[in-house]
Design a protein around this ligand. Structure first.
Ligand code: AMP
Length: 126
């Protein structure tokens, strides 16, 4: 079965300018904005502008230009936020939830960049 993109999801509405966001970075193919319910002092979402549901969808079907732009956007956001451990930042975590087991709420690919506190172990059940 192919990927089915729902263009009424909240991030599609942000991309169309129908609802506002707290913009952090915009590039040709990507957008970054602050999470509305932050789970860490720094909590930014990076999304591609294209209609991709999950990370695997994007990784398999996006163009090389979109993938390069998105990957660079994640790096630029980390740089902008000053979280890179290599340059004195306190570190961060990048997460992308997909589907049921991943507990994905919004069906438009996004990576969470979280920082600013000790984030604990990678996964906790429940
Ligand atoms: P996920 O479970 O990975 O799909 O997480 C979706 C994230 O989107 C959650 O952390 C929400 O707080 C966040 N979110 C939902 N609506 C908005 C919005 N309008 N602006 C910014 N972040 C949002």
């Amino acid at each position: 079965m192919g990927y089915r993109y729902d263009d009424q999801n909240i991030f599609a509405k942000i991309l169309r300018g129908e609802i506002p966001c707290d913009n952090v970075l915009e590039t040709e193919h990507s957008l970054a904005f602050r999470d509305i319910r932050p789970q860490a002092p720094v909590h930014v979402l990076v999304i591609p502008k294209g209609p991709y549901v999950t990370y695997d969808h994007f990784a398999l079907e996006a163009s090389d230009a979109e993938i390069a732009d998105f990957t660079r956007a994640v790096g630029q956001v980390c740089q902008q936020l000053g979280v890179q451990p290599g340059t004195g930042g306190s570190g961060y975590r990048v997460i992308s939830n997909a589907g049921g087991d991943g507990v994905q709420e919004v069906p438009h690919l996004h990576v969470h960049i979280m920082s600013g506190r000790m984030l604990g172990r990678m996964v906790s059940a429940g």
